[in-house]
Design a protein around this ligand. Structure first.
Ligand code: HEC
Length: 396
C-alpha cells in the first residue's frame, strides 16, 4: 500500500510534467530508449529443444511436493503452507496459456517474491541449470490438455498507444491524449477488455471523456462509447503470428456540436495482425474503417496503423520489461482523391509493478501530413492486467 501511494504521487507529478511540455516527454523517451539499448534481448526460441521427459524428472524431484502430481496442487493434508489465492492450477488452460514462459521462469529462477508472489515458491536458480528449468516448464505446459484452443501469452505483445493488438485481453486501461499546443483539450478513454465465452473472444467497452477549452469556456462531456467484440482467428507460436477480427459499434453518446462525437451511430470493423520475431522484435498492424450510419452527418473513413517495437529486459528477460515502439498512423476519407492524414508516434511501455501486471505507456503523436488544424498530442496510459492479480497486489 505504501509503495502504491508513493507510486501514485510519482505518476501524478510525472503526468503533470508530461502534459506541461512535449519537449520533456520527448527527452524522457530519448533517455529511456538510450538506456534500454544496453539491456540484453533474449530469443523466444530456445537454443536447445526442451526435453519434456527430463522435465518430468525435475518436476517429481523438486516441485511435486507442493504442485502435486497432476499440477493442481498437492493434497491439502500433505502441504503445510497456506495457499495464496493466486496459487496456480496448471491444468487450467485459461489461466496458464496467457502466461508467457518468461513469467514462469522469473518465479522459478528467483522465487515467488521476485514477481510479487508468495515466498513459499522457492528460488531454484542455484539448484537447477537453465536447461533443466526450460525442461520442467515444457513438462508443466503439458498439464493443460487442449493447448491448441488457446492463443499463447508470448503473442500478447506490449500494448501500443493507438494501434490495437490482436491478442484477446483481460485488462483495464486508462488512456489520455492531450493537445500539446493550441487550446488545452484532452480525452481520457476508460477501456475495459475481457475475454468472454473462451480465451479467444474479447469484449471491449471504451468510454471516452472529453475536456476542452473552447473559446475560453471549459467544457466537458462524454464522447462516443464503443462496444466491440474481437475474435482471435489464427495464432501460432511457431511462426510468431496472431490474427484477429473485431466488429464494433460507436454509439452517438458524444455531443457533435462540441466536437465530442460523430452525431450518428458508427460501425467500426477492423483486422489486427501481430508478428513476433526472434530477439523479441515485433510488428503490429491494424486495418479498419469507421462507417457512420448517417453519412450526411459524418463521412466514412478508413484507417491503417503499423507499430514496430522491441521488448527488452535486464537479467536475460526476467527483469522489468521495457518496450520502445514507434507507430505510423493513417486515416483517409472514402471519396476518390481524398488525402491521407499521417501521424508518427514514438513511445515507450514500461512495467511498473513487480508482477508486471501494471504497466504504463507514453509517447508524443506528431502529425506529419495535412498538419493544419491537427495539433501534436501527448498520449499516456496506465494498464492493469486483471488476470495477474489485484491492483494492490504484486508490488513487492
Ligand atoms: C514449497 C512449495 C513449492 C515448491 C517446492 C515449488 N513451488 Fe512453485 N509455487 C508455490 C506456490 C505457493 C506458488 C504460488 C505463489 C503465489 O501465487 O503467490 C507457486 C507458483 C509457481 C509458479 C507460478 C508463477 C506464476 O507466474 O504464477 C510456477 C511456474 C512454479 N511455482 C513452478 C515451480 C517449479 C518448476 C517448481 C520445482 C522446480 C516449484 N514451483 C516448486 C510453491 C512451491
Amino acid at each position: 500500500m505504501e509503495a502504491f501511494r508513493g507510486w501514485c504521487g510519482q505518476s501524478v507529478i510525472s503526468l503533470y510534467l508530461i502534459v506541461s511540455s512535449r519537449g520533456v516527454i520527448l527527452g524522457v523517451l530519448a533517455f529511456v530508449c538510450m538506456c534500454t539499448f544496453f539491456l540484453p534481448a533474449q530469443t523466444l526460441h530456445y537454443t536447445k529443444r526442451p526435453d519434456v521427459e527430463n522435465g518430468g524428472k525435475v518436476y517429481r524431484g523438486g516441485c511435486i511436493a507442493c504442485h502435486g502430481s497432476d499440477g493442481k496442487g498437492a493434497p491439502m493434508a500433505s502441504t503445510v503452507f497456506l495457499r495464496p489465492d493466486t496459487f496456480p492450477d496448471f491444468t487450467d488452460c485459461a489461466g496458464t496459456t496467457p502466461e508467457p514462459n518468461g513469467n514462469w521462469k522469473a518465479a522459478i529462477v528467483h522465487g515467488g517474491p521476485s514477481r510479487g508472489l508468495s515466498q513459499i515458491m522457492p528460488a531454484f536458480g542455484d539448484l537447477l541449470t537453465d536447461d533443466q528449468i526450460n525442461d520442467v516448464m515444457a513438462y508443466m505446459r503439458g498439464f493443460c490438455k487442449n493447448v491448441h484452443h488457446y492463443p499463447l501469452g508470448e503473442l500478447n505483445l506490449p500494448r501500443a498507444l493507438v494501434t490495437e493488438k490482436a491478442f484477446p485481453e483481460n485488462e483495464l486501461v486508462i488512456s489520455t491524449a492531450a493537445s500539446a499546443s493550441g487550446a488545452p483539450a484532452w480525452t481520457t478513454d476508460i477501456i475495459d477488455e475481457r475475454t468472454i465465452i473462451d480465451a479467444r473472444t474479447q469484449l471491449e467497452t471504451d468510454v471516452p471523456v472529453n475536456y476542452a477549452d473552447q473559446g475560453h469556456n471549459w467544457t466537458e462531456g462524454l464522447g462516443d462509447i464503443t462496444l466491440a467484440v474481437k475474435r482471435e482467428m489464427f495464432s501460432s507460436l511457431k511462426t510468431g503470428s496472431i490474427l484477429s477480427l473485431q466488429g464494433g459499434i460507436l454509439l452517438p453518446t458524444g455531443d457533435r456540436k462540441r466536437g465530442f462525437g460523430a452525431g450518428t451511430m458508427q460501425l467500426e470493423p477492423f483486422a489486427a495482425f501481430d508478428q513476433l520475431f526472434r530477439e523479441n522484435t515485433f510488428l503490429q498492424f491494424q486495418l479498419g474503417a469507421d462507417l457512420p450510419v448517417d453519412t450526411s452527418v459524418a463521412p466514412r473513413s478508413m484507417f491503417w496503423r503499423a507499430t514496430a517495437g522491441q521488448a527488452m529486459a535486464p537479467d536475460h528477460m526476467l527483469g522489468r520489461l521495457f518496450s520502445p515502439m514507434v507507430e505510423f498512423l493513417a486515416t483517409r476519407g472514402f471519396k476518390p482523391g481524398a488525402s491521407t492524414n499521417w501521424d508518427v508516434l514514438p513511445e515507450m511501455q514500461i512495467t511498473v509493478s513487480r508482477r508486471q501486471h501494471i504497466r504504463t505507456g507514453f509517447g508524443v503523436r506528431e502529425p506529419f501530413t495535412n498538419t493544419s488544424g491537427r495539433t501534436p498530442q501527448v498520449v499516456f496510459y496506465m494498464l492493469w492486467d486483471r488476470a495477474d492479480g489485484k491492483l494492490w497486489e504484486g508490488w513487492r
